[in-house]
Design a protein around this ligand. Structure first.
Ligand SMILES: [Zn+2]
Length: 103
């Protein structure tokens, strides 16, 4: 467990800690960034709508990812199947609404 895991989980946006000590501070929403040129972008989480630092093409902050992971791990297989069916149904509805309505 790294020091960043011990930090209090505040609701401050990720960029609030970005004041010259970028590599010394890791906000609860930020992903640990690597050496790649695309690993250290300011992003907006699609779940909590807050800014975080992560990969250029990421869409969810570390905090929301870990919360979802904990919820998933706590589910029974039956609940997971229900969730998979719900997601499949929502995806089908989204595709039908976005790719067939304009034809
Ligand atoms: Zn989030």
């Amino acid at each position: 467990m790294s020091d960043s895991d011990q930090q209090p989980d505040t609701d401050q946006p990720a960029n609030a800690v970005d004041s010259g000590a970028l590599f010394a501070v890791c906000h609860a929403r930020d992903w640990p960034w690597g050496e790649g040129e695309n690993d250290n972008y300011g992003c907006v989480c699609v779940v909590c709508d807050q800014i975080y630092r992560g990969h250029k093409h990421s869409h969810i902050c570390r905090r929301c990812h870990e919360k979802g992971e904990r919820e998933w791990n706590a589910m029974t297989e039956e609940e997971r199947d229900d969730r998979r069916r719900k997601v499949a149904r929502e995806m089908r509805e989204w595709y039908e609404a976005n790719f067939t309505a304009n034809r």
